[in-house]
Design a protein around this ligand. Structure first.
Ligand code: NAD
Ligand code: IPM
Ligand code: MN
Length: 353
C-alpha cells in the first residue's frame, strides 16, 4: 500500500494515544509512510497558529489524516481564533469532511465493561452520523459582547442532503434503519432538517426505514433502549453531545473512534478530548485511537481485511487487559503491547489458514 498518512498528535493525551495508534498502523501496514506535524496548542506554541498553513499544505497532499486530540487549560484563555479547538474546526473545514461517523458497539464478551446491566448493553451497535461542517459551529453569525452574545444554528438543504445520503448509504450496509434526530418542535432549522431528510428518503431511499426523534427524548432512549437504534443521523452540536453520551454504552470515551468523510481524503480521530486530568500519566486508554486506525484502513485506504485485524486485536486486548477508565490497571503502553501481540497471533493464524 503506497499511501501517505499525515499524523497530528496534538495536545494532552493526544501524543500518548497517537503513539499507540501509529505503532499499530506501522505493524499492520509497514508500507504506509507517516508524517508527523503539530496541531492545536502545540502548533500555537511552535508557530503562533493552531492550524499552520504549512500543515494545511501537507494535509492536502495526504491520502488520510490521523489526529490525536487538541486543547487544554494552557490555551483556554486565548481569543477564539487562536484556540486549539479552532485549529481542529479549521482542519475539518479545509478537508471538507462533512460526515462524521461515530460507531458505538458493545461487543459480545465485553458487556461487563458497560455500566448498564449486561442484558441492556448486549448487542448495542449504533452508528452516529454527525454533520460536521455546519450548524451552530460554523458561519451562521456569532458575536460576543460584554453582556450579550449569540451563535446561530443554520443549515441549507444541500448541507442536510449530503450528510443524510451518507446515513442512508451506511444503513443499507447495516440493518437498514435511520433515526433522524432534531428539535423540530422548536427550531426552524430542525424543521428544514426534517423536511429535507423526509423528502430525500421518499425520493431515493424508501427501502431504508426512517424514524424522526426529538433530541431530548433520543438522549433518554439512547441509554434506556439503545438497541432500538441502527444509524442515528443528526446535526453538528446534537451529534457532539449524543456521541459522548453514547460512549457510556460500551463503557468509556476511550473506546470511541471516528471517521470524518467528505469528497476527498478522510480524517480519523478518537472522539474524546485531551483529558488534562490524566495527561502525562501513561494511563489513557488508546483503544479509541487504535480503532480510529481501523477506520482509517477501512474507509481511508480501502483495506477492510487489515481493519478487521486491528478491530479484533483491540477486542482481544480489552478482554484480558482493561485500562483504568474501564476498571482495570493496564497502562497505555502495556495495552498497546497486548494489541501488538494479538496482531502477531492473528497474523500467524491467517498465515496458517
Ligand atoms: P475529555 O474527553 O478530554 O475528558 C473527559 C473525561 O474522560 C476525563 O475524565 C478524561 O480523563 C476521560 N477520558 C477521555 N479520553 C480518555 C481516554 N482515552 N482514556 C481514559 N480516559 C479518558 O473532555 P474535556 O475534559 O471536556 O476536554 C478536555 C480538552 O479536550 C478541552 O480543551 C476540550 O476542548 C478538548 N477536546 C478536544 C477534542 C478533540 O480534539 N477532538 C474532543 C473533545 C474535547
Ligand atoms: C469532538 C470535540 C470537538 C467538537 C471540539 C474540540 C471542537 O468535542 O470532536 O467531539 O465539538 O467537534
Ligand atoms: Mn465532542
Amino acid at each position: 500500500m503506497n499511501k501517505h498518512v499525515v499524523v497530528l498528535p496534538g495536545d494532552g493525551i493526544g501524543p500518548e494515544v497517537t503513539r499507540a495508534a501509529t505503532a499499530v498502523l506501522r505493524e499492520v501496514a509497514p508500507d504506509v509512510t507517516l508524517e508527523e506535524l503539530p496541531i492545536g496548542g502545540h502548533a500555537i506554541d511552535e508557530t503562533g497558529r493552531p492550524y499552520p498553513a504549512e500543515v494545511e499544505t501537507r494535509v492536502r497532499a495526504a491520502d488520510a489524516v490521523l489526529l490525536g486530540t487538541v486543547g487544554g487549560p494552557k490555551w483556554d484563555g486565548q481569543p477564539r481564533a487562536l484556540r486549539p479547538e479552532s485549529g481542529l474546526l479549521a482542519l475539518r473545514a479545509s478537508m471538507g469532511v462533512y460526515a462524521n461517523l461515530r460507531p458505538v458497539r458493545v461487543l459480545p464478551g465485553l458487556e461487563h465493561l458497560s455500566p448498564l446491566r449486561s442484558e441492556r448493553a448486549r448487542g448495542v451497535d449504533v452508528l452516529i452520523v454527525r454533520e460536521l461542517l455546519g450548524g451552530i459551529y460554523f458561519d451562521g453569525g456569532r458575536a460576543r459582547e460584554e453582556h450579550e452574545a449569540y451563535n446561530t444554528m443554520r443549515y441549507t438543504t444541500a448541507e442536510v442532503e449530503r450528510v443524510a445520503r451518507v446515513a442512508f448509504w451506511a444503513a443499507k450496509q447495516r440493518r437498514g434503519h435511520v433515526t433522524s434526530v432534531d428539535k423540530a418542535n422548536v427550531l426552524e432549522v430542525s424543521e428544514l432538517w426534517r423536511d429535507t431528510v423526509t423528502r430525500l428518503h421518499a425520493g431515493q431511499y424508501a427501502g431504508v426505514g426512517l424514524r424522526h426523534e426529538y433530541v431530548d427524548s433520543a438522549a433518554m432512549l439512547l441509554v434506556t433502549d439503545p438497541t432500538r437504534y441502527d444509524v442515528i443521523l443528526t446535526e453538528n452540536l446534537f451529534g457532539d453531545i449524543l456521541s459522548d453520551l453514547a460512549a457510556v454504552l460500551p463503557g468509556s470515551l476511550g473506546l470511541m473512534p471516528s471517521a470524518s468523510l467528505g469528497d476527498g481524503p478522510g480524517l480519523f480521530e478518537p472522539i474524546h478530548g485531551s483529558a488534562p486530568d490524566i495527561a502525562g500519566q501513561g494511563v489513557a486508554n488508546p483503544a479509541a485511537a487504535i480503532l480510529s486506525v481501523g477506520m482509517l484502513l477501512r474507509h481511508g485506504l480501502g483495506n477492510a481485511t487489515l481493519a478487521n485485524r486491528v478491530d479484533n486485536a483491540v477486542n482481544t486486548a480489552l478482554r484480558s487487559s482493561p485500562t483504568r477508565d474501564l476498571g482495570g490497571t493496564t497502562s497505555t503502553e502495556a495495552f498497546t503491547e497486548r494489541v501488538l501481540e494479538a496482531l502477531s497471533q492473528t497474523g500467524m493464524l491467517s498465515f496458517e489458514y
